[in-house]
Design a protein around this ligand. Structure first.
Ligand SMILES: [Zn+2]
Length: 294
């Protein structure tokens, strides 16, 4: 088995390719999704193994121009879990090209598409609001701390206020609260950290630590080493912080990535440079979050 994130930089590709090893053949992944070992997942996500009794769900989103390539198949999103005993299972994967049938299909319009996929894990009512903190000093210099904080708060608010074009406002009662700046890292440490940092190939990764079906903590990292970010309107060659954040926060609520033809939804597993459309939720995003809100 060959696994390599197809990063634009040849040097980075070589570096990352060298770091991946074949997953054990005994993997329990379903036939539709690629199997990746726990060690490779943790390396890709730049995170340590979860502690005893806790599992970690990783949602990794890759750019269409540099997808994750496993056995010659390209993926723009994968969902995988790692247990404290080192077992790994890939539970979802969005192919970069989709099937030939899906690639030719029209994307469903966001307000007509009520599709969503729950991950099977959710927060308990006692844990709301989800207090998130932003890691001090992690924002790329050219992007700006205050604009970035504003973009992140806007993305969280999309889920809190059901921001949409569909006339379905105020249905979600999920609640996020900004807790200020932190020095904490991406780790299972009791703080829901958002930061910019290093990842192996992914544009962004959302980390969900859980026990059974209960989410215990969720962190979010944007890859600032391989990709350029912006908070300015019309920044077409860079990833919009608010757009990618809105998508990743759906993972924090307990929603999984969607493939074709769900391109109108925030949870569509393909984030593009310059894109801002994920900031407004579609019907499926609203219905899914409403169902998952404790
Ligand atoms: Zn995703």
């Amino acid at each position: 088995m060959r696994i390599r994130p197809a990063i634009c930089s040849a040097a980075m590709t070589a570096l990352v390719a060298a770091s991946f090893a074949a997953a054990p053949s005994a993997s329990s992944a379903t036939p539709d999704v690629p199997s990746i070992s726990a060690a490779d997942l943790l390396r890709m996500a730049h995170v340590g193994a979860p502690p005893d009794g806790v599992s970690l769900e990783i949602h990794a989103d890759f750019p269409i121009e540099a997808p994750l390539v496993i056995d010659d198949v390209s993926y723009t999103a994968i969902t995988a879990t790692v247990t404290s005993s080192g077992l790994a299972e890939t539970t979802g994967a969005i192919a970069a090209d989709g099937t030939a049938e899906a690639a030719g299909a029209q994307q469903v319009e966001e307000c007509s598409d009520s599709f969503f996929t729950p991950t099977g894990r959710r927060w308990k009512a006692d844990d709301l609001p989800i207090v998130w903190v932003f890691r001090r000093g992690s924002v790329p210099g050219a992007v700006g701390l205050y604009r970035t904080q504003h973009a992140l708060r806007t993305a969280h608010q999309s889920w809190v206020i059901s921001r949409s074009n569909c006339g379905e406002a105020d249905r979600i009662e999920f609640d996020f609260d900004f807790g200020g700046l932190t020095t904490k890292e991406i780790d299972y440490d009791g703080a829901n950290v958002v930061d910019f940092g290093s990842l192996d190939g992914a544009v962004a990764i959302n980390y969900t630590w859980y026990e059974g079906t209960r989410i215990l903590e969720s962190d979010l990292r944007f890859n600032k080493n391989d990709y350029r970010w912006t908070n300015r309107e019309g920044g077409r060659n860079r990833y919009q912080v608010v757009n990618v954040a809105a998508h990743e926060l759906g993972h924090q609520i307990g929603l999984d990535d969607l493939g074709d033809p769900h391109g109108g939804l925030t949870m569509f597993g393909r984030v593009l440079r310059g894109e801002v459309s994920k900031v407004t939720l579609g019907m499926g995003d609203i219905r899914g979050a409403t169902l998952l809100t404790p």
